[in-house]
Write a protein that binds this ligand. Structure first.
Ligand code: GLU
Ligand code: ZN
Length: 285
């Protein structure tokens, strides 16, 4: 299969040095392999996505010397595909509607007599299962994956993925995900937020498959989320790409950069006369 990778930013703020590193690394990998580099605009959060930020993504990447295949996939155009996958999982009894808010979940997981802190997974506190058997109608809440039930429907072969880069603790090579680990440290994740009709996890998995992505390069902060993606690929019968998690670019204080770190926005470097080569040097490429 043809080597294909991608950069998948959300147009919710300026790209900063961390994004530049991710995009340049992906682009370099695709060039070295003689493959394709794709761009995907992850704009499912319509309350935060802005056309100006999307326009700036194109300008920044162009200035960095990155060319991408057209047309660009935009998640906001893909809602029907997300809906179809949810219909399928719902019909198989693997989803349930959850009407809890953050406060309900925090209250259900606090155990003052034991004083133990709740386990935090890739999406926050592990969901205590309050609504699992409640039978709420589909449209009344967020849709959660019944993780234990979903794993039972998968064949007994262990879930695995190939890590070409490195996880936050140096994980590399073949990774095996145990069902117990998924149930206790990931749990019943939300696959469709009520206000969005989808979630990062569901969309990213369906889109990487639709774009025939063979390698997913992204920050090591998403390493834990990859196990959710591997479960979804198995449930939905999708091909499984390889992963290349990479180090995060940090500020002088060692804090990872966030969208609000405007001082490190690529656009500001660009306007102040920094060259693309200097950006490469700054991120260690
Ligand atoms: N849209 C995600 C972000 O901007 C990246 C998702 C991914 O690479 O899987 O953080
Ligand atoms: Zn609930």
């Amino acid at each position: 299969m043809k080597f294909t990778n991608r950069f998948a930013p959300s147009p919710t703020g300026p790209l900063h040095l961390g994004h530049a590193y991710s995009a340049l690394l992906a682009h370099d990998l695709a060039q070295a392999a003689g493959g394709s580099f794709l761009l995907r605009i992850e704009d499912i959060d319509q309350s935060r996505a802005r056309p100006e930020w999307e326009a700036q993504i194109y300008q920044d990447l162009d200035w960095l010397g990155i060319g991408w295949a057209r047309p660009v996939m935009r998640q906001s155009d893909r809602m029907e595909s997300y809906r179809a996958a949810l219909d399928d999982l719902w019909a198989r009894g693997l989803l349930y509607a959850c009407t809890c808010n953050r406060r309900d979940i925090a209250a259900a997981t606090s155990a003052p007599q034991e004083g133990a802190a709740p386990i935090i997974g890739p999406d926050g506190i592990i969901y205590p299962g309050t609504c699992r058997a409640a039978g709420h109608p589909r449209e009344t809440g967020a849709l959660r994956l019944d993780m234990a039930k979903a794993l039972e429907t998968l064949s007994s072969t262990p879930l695995t993925f190939l890590e070409n880069g490195q996880g936050p603790n140096g994980e590399t090579g073949q990774q095996t995900i145990s069902p117990d680990q998924l149930i206790t440290t990931v749990g019943d994740v939300v696959l469709a937020r009520r206000d969005m009709g989808t979630s990062y996890h569901l969309s990213v998995v369906l889109d990487d498959a639709a774009q025939k992505v063979t390698l997913v390069p992204r920050g090591a902060d998403l390493f834990e989320a990859t196990q959710i993606h591997v479960v979804l690929q198995a449930l939905l019968g999708l091909p499984k790409p390889c992963y290349h998690h990479h180090r995060l670019i940090r500020d002088e204080a060692g804090k990872r950069l966030a969208k609000r770190d405007d001082a490190r926005a690529i656009a500001l470097y660009r306007e102040s006369g920094t060259t693309p080569q200097e950006i490469r040097d700054m991120v260690g490429l």
